[in-house]
Design a protein around this ligand. Structure first.
Ligand SMILES: [Zn+2]
Length: 162
């Protein structure tokens, strides 16, 4: 049995800002309006459900909140991006420009790029950690995450829980 959460309808959304290596529009700091769809496959429990939807939504919202209104910074190689910490600020050099940003405004993610592929993997890994530590791991076989960055662009990944 499959149950799906549709991010736009379920409030599983977040807004964040980033700058990515390269030229053109994406080389400037710009926002994305993300939403997350999650599909779970599992077996019925004794309450005739495969997942506690309230708890599942709470987990996904918590992950969304870690991104909310933050400036995302990934672990690009030094040849692409240089980062120094000065007075509780990050000095970030990328695309021949310097940004000086308060640490509190930055979400520094341990992923190799801010491409939708790496963001989707990160989001799914975080969700997998929480699901494996919850009672939902008893009934669920696998889940899928669809992470949209707007503009009709999204990543999708399936994670097995068994
Ligand atoms: Zn972008």
């Amino acid at each position: 049995m499959i149950v799906e959460l549709i991010g736009k309808e379920a409030g599983l959304t977040f807004e964040c800002i980033h700058v990515v290596p390269g030229r053109g529009d994406c080389s400037r700091m710009h926002p994305h309006f993300h939403y997350v769809n999650v599909l779970v496959d599992g077996e019925f429990d004794d309450k005739r459900r495969i997942v506690h939807l309230y708890n599942l939504k709470a987990i996904i919202k918590r992950i969304c909140y870690t991104f909310e209104d933050k400036i995302l910074v990934a672990d690009y190689p030094e040849i692409i991006q240089r980062i120094a910490v000065e007075d509780s600020h990050y000095r970030i050099e990328i695309n021949n420009k310097s940004y000086f940003i308060p640490e509190a405004d930055v979400f520094k993610i341990k992923i190799p790029s801010l491409n939708i592929e790496d963001l989707t993997v990160y989001f799914a890994d975080e969700l997998a950690k929480d699901l494996k530590n919850s009672e939902m791991s008893n009934t669920l076989n696998y889940f899928e995450v669809v992470l949209s960055e707007g503009h009709g662009q999204r990543g999708k990944i399936r994670i097995d829980l068994k």
